[in-house]
Each structure stands twice: as C-alpha cells, then as structure tokens.
Design a protein around this ligand. Structure first.
Ligand SMILES: Cc1cc2nc3c(=O)[nH]c(=O)nc-3n(C[C@H](O)[C@H](O)[C@H](O)COP(=O)(O)OP(=O)(O)OC[C@H]3O[C@@H](n4cnc5c(N)ncnc54)[C@H](O)[C@@H]3O)c2cc1C
Length: 445
C-alpha cells in the first residue's frame, strides 16, 4: 500500500451542499473524509443565484406541491415531493443555525418568485444564495474534528465486490492513485454540465458518478432528463455560461426578439420558455434573444441582483439601462443514480445525494429553486439512515477487494476521462431512445 491510501468510516465524494450537509448530519464519533475534484469553493452550489424554496405556511402546501408536479410534467415521484416540501422548514432552520442569512424586511423574511411558481416562496441572499449557504456549511464542516476535507482528489472508480461498495479509487492532482476504503460511500458529485459545450455548470462536473455506476451496473434513472436554462448571457467566448437567474424574470424582466417584441409569457416553466426562445431564434435567424430589465426599478436591480449587474457590466452591458443578449444553455440534471427515499442506491453501502442522484422529485423538469432544497433534504435522510443501521465492513472481504491486481495503478485508468464522457453520453442517448419509444407506444395505445 502506498502511504496515500486511507481507511475511514464514511467517504463522501463531492463538497457541494449535498456532500457537506450529509457530513454535518452523520454521527460525530465516525470519521468522515470528503473529497473534491477541484477547490472546495468551485462547486455549482456556490453558483446558485435565485434562492431556495420553502413551505411558507400550511395554506401554501397544495399549491407548492402542484407547482412542483406541474413543472415536472406529473412524472415526479409524489412521495419525494411530499418529503421535500414537508422537510423544507426544518432544513431552513438548520441553515440559519449554521449562520446563513436570508433577505429580511421589517415584516420578516422576504420571499421572491420564479417561473412556474404560483406564489412567492423563495428565500434568497442577494443573487448569491448558493454562496451564502454553501460557505456557511463549509465553515461548519471545517470546524468538525471528525471531518477531513481533501481538495483536488478525483474519484475514478468504486471498490466493489458482490454488489457491496467498499470505498473508492481516485487520484490527486499529481496523478498519484490511491484508495479510500470506507464502511459507507456517498456520491455527491453534482451535475453533468462539463459534458456539454454550452452549460452554466463548472467544467469539471462531468457526471463521474454516472460513469462509475455504469461500470458497476448500478441502477440509473431518467438520465436523459436534462434541463436547459432559458436565459444565460450570450457571449462568443468558450467556457461556462453566465446564468441570468429566473428571479430576474420573476421580478418583471421581459424577453424580446430582435424587433423589440415580446414573444412568450416569461413565467412559464423553463422547458416551455426555452422552446419559445429557440423557436424565435430559428424564425428570426438570430444567435440570441434579448432580456430587458426595464420594468424593474433601478434600485431593486442594484440591491437584489448586484452580482448579475456587475458581471453584465464586465461583459459590456449596463442592465439598468439596456437589454442583454441571452441564449438557452444546459443547466441542470433531473435524472441520475437511482435512489430510494433515503438516497440509497441499488448497491449496498452506497448512497447518492444532490444533483447526481435521482429520487424522482423533479420529474421531467425541475421547478426553479427546488434543487438546493432537494439536495439538502435527501442528504440529511441519507445521513440518518447510515447512522441508524451502521454496520462495520467485513475486514476479510475488504482485504480481498484491495488485493485485486492493478487496483491503484495509473495504467488501469489510462484515458478514463474521455472514455467516461463517451459512456455517459451514449447512455443518455440510449435512455432518450427508450423514452421516445415509450411515448410512441403510449400514444398508439
Ligand atoms: C449557475 C447556477 C445557478 C443555480 N441557481 C440555483 C438556485 O437559485 N436555486 C437552486 O435551488 N438551485 C440552483 N442551481 C442548482 C444547484 O446549485 C445545484 O443543483 C446544487 O447546488 C447541486 O449541489 P450538489 O452538492 O449536488 O453538487 P455541486 O455543488 O455541484 O458539488 C459537486 C461536488 O462534486 C465534486 N466532484 C465531482 N466529480 C468528482 C469526482 N470524480 N471526484 C471527486 N469530486 C468530484 C465537485 O468537485 C464538487 O465539489 C443553480 C445551478 C447553477 C449552475
């Protein structure tokens, strides 16, 4: 064994809201290792702008439930939706206890609205809600004696035998391979935007959990359900696309074609608005449409959207004075590693939480600002189940798994990044064909 190999109680792959929040709810007498492919602060959780949904009061339950189901084309798992909504106040309470702050006025918390929400029910912190929440969770995790955080460590495989997970194989930034054995493994690797040319996601988020799941026959679900965000800033330069949050439209911004005409109700669900923009771009032969913030008072723009204001100014647009060019881009992944209501995968001792997991809560299309909440709710449920049924690994079997030839050798994984990307994209195409055939069969009765 090289001296980089580790043995811990629980290993979590990913340091966004899902991975961190899961760690915070695991027993304090268990050793936890959290690894992150890049810097801790470079997760999509830090990018979330709009906010986080919460059930404001009992009177809003039915309408929040219906909005989530309707946005998801009623393909959502009703139990997951119920669990998410019912747990939302508790989760917000935890976040506030960790030091997260949300916008308030003299009457208490202020709630904003985004597309397809029939009522304002979104808490926010300026236009950097994700950074506010995730930085506070990270600071809390850093203070815990039982949590070890490792940056620039990339998981490339799972250690498995007879459908039981024994931990992971990965490499550091110098390409040195090692294993981390653990009683329980939690995949929290986020989305898949890095697989696409145009995406709002960090480029290093390439669906690695899906690739390792494919390698080990772990069940996946709805992996062709990929959300395109209707409004990202149109720029010629390659790289991550800058998101113009839906709450900008929620506060009154309007979409215009090249002639300055409105062509869609801006508050329809994301997939519907995206389709309308694409149709308009095709009809006019343009590379983008325009988003005008003219209906929003200047002070409101500066106070509620300071980050968007600054980023657009950097790109040469003053959003208080002129419209900005916007284009749809890959944004969110509704499908993922299939999990039950405790985030358990089809493999023993393996959990998946956050955007990389699919518990069916979003159905075919996610309702805006439900994803931070969903990640948190189901990460806590995973931690609860691990704690409750904790059983230490069989050491003899662990030794057998670790003695597999070539398990930590670089040569075993030569070219893995390209192969994984191809495998995941091919699996997405296959799932798309399956869904199309299914739809065709349903329509033909
Ligand atoms: C621009 C933008 C705006 C958004 N706005 C909102 C919003 O307003 N409200 C809302 O609810 N949601 C929003 N979302 C979605 C939300 O931010 C994400 O769904 C959520 O943060 C996902 O959290 P996560 O913990 O699952 O993944 P992430 O936060 O993406 O974290 C993934 C982690 O996994 C690590 N990782 C990945 N692969 C590996 C590997 N092979 N080995 C080791 N580590 C690995 C990464 O380094 C990272 O630490 C937004 C997303 C984007 C991109």
């Amino acid at each position: 064994m090289n001296n980089k190999n580790r043995k811990t109680d629980i290993v979590i792959i990913g340091c966004g809201v899902a991975g961190l929040y899961c760690a915070l709810h695991l027993p304090k007498d268990k050793q936890i290792v959290i690894v992150s492919k890049d810097e801790f602060e470079r997760s999509d959780s830090f990018l979330a702008q709009g906010g986080i949904c919460v059930l404001r009061d009992e009177a809003d339950y039915d309408s929040y439930y219906e909005d989530t189901m309707k946005a998801g084309h009623y393909e959502n798992n009703p139990r997951s939706v119920e669990l998410m909504i019912r747990s939302s106040q508790e989760v917000i309470g935890d976040l506030i206890a960790c030091g997260a702050e949300f916008e308030k006025d003299e009457n208490g918390y202020v709630y904003t609205r985004e597309g397809a929400h029939s009522r304002p029910r979104i808490l926010f912190h300026e236009d950097e809600t994700g950074k506010e929440i995730t930085s506070k969770l990270l600071a809390t995790a850093r203070k815990l004696q039982n949590v070890t955080l490792i940056e620039h460590y990339t998981m490339v495989d799972l250690l498995t035998k007879d459908n039981v997970c024994y931990g992971i194989v990965g490499h550091d930034k110098d390409g040195v391979y090692s294993t981390i054995t653990a009683d329980y493994t939690v995949l929290a690797t986020g989305g898949i935007g890095g697989l696409y040319e145009h995406s709002t996601n960090f480029r290093h988020l390439t669906g690695d959990a899906l690739a390792v799941a494919l390698r080990h026959d772990i069940k996946l679900q709805n992996i062709d359900y990929i959300q395109i965000h209707p409004t990202t800033l149109y720029q010629e330069k390659p790289g991550r696309k800058f998101l113009i949050s839906e709450s900008v439209r929620g506060e009154g911004a309007i979409l215009l074609n090249s002639k300055g005409e409105r062509f869609v109700d801006e508050l329809l669900p994301r997939d519907v608005v995206t389709q309308a923009i694409r149709k308009e771009m095709k009809r006019e032969g343009t590379k983008h449409v325009w988003l005008s913030l003219a209906p929003i008072p200047e002070e409101e723009i500066r106070n509620h959207f300071p980050n968007i204001y600054a980023k657009c100014l950097e790109a040469g647009y003053d959003i208080t004075k002129e419209p900005i060019p916007v284009v749809p881009a890959q944004h969110y992944f509704m499908g993922g590693v299939a999990v039950d209501e405790y985030s358990k995968t089809s493999m023993d001792r393996l959990y998946a939480v956050g955007e990389t997991a699919c518990n069916g809560v979003h159905g075919k299309n996610r309702l805006a600002s439900n994803s931070l909440l969903e990640s948190l709710v189901f990460a806590k449920r995973a931690a609860g189940q691990i704690a409750e049924g904790y059983i230490t690994l069989d050491e003899e079997k662990e030794r057998q798994v670790l003695s597999k030839p070539g398990i930590r050798e670089k040569a075993t994984y030569a070219g893995y990044a390209e192969q994984y990307k191809k495998a995941v994209l091919a699996a997405i195409e296959k799932e798309k064909d399956y869904h199309e055939q299914y739809q065709y069969d349903v329509e033909r009765g």
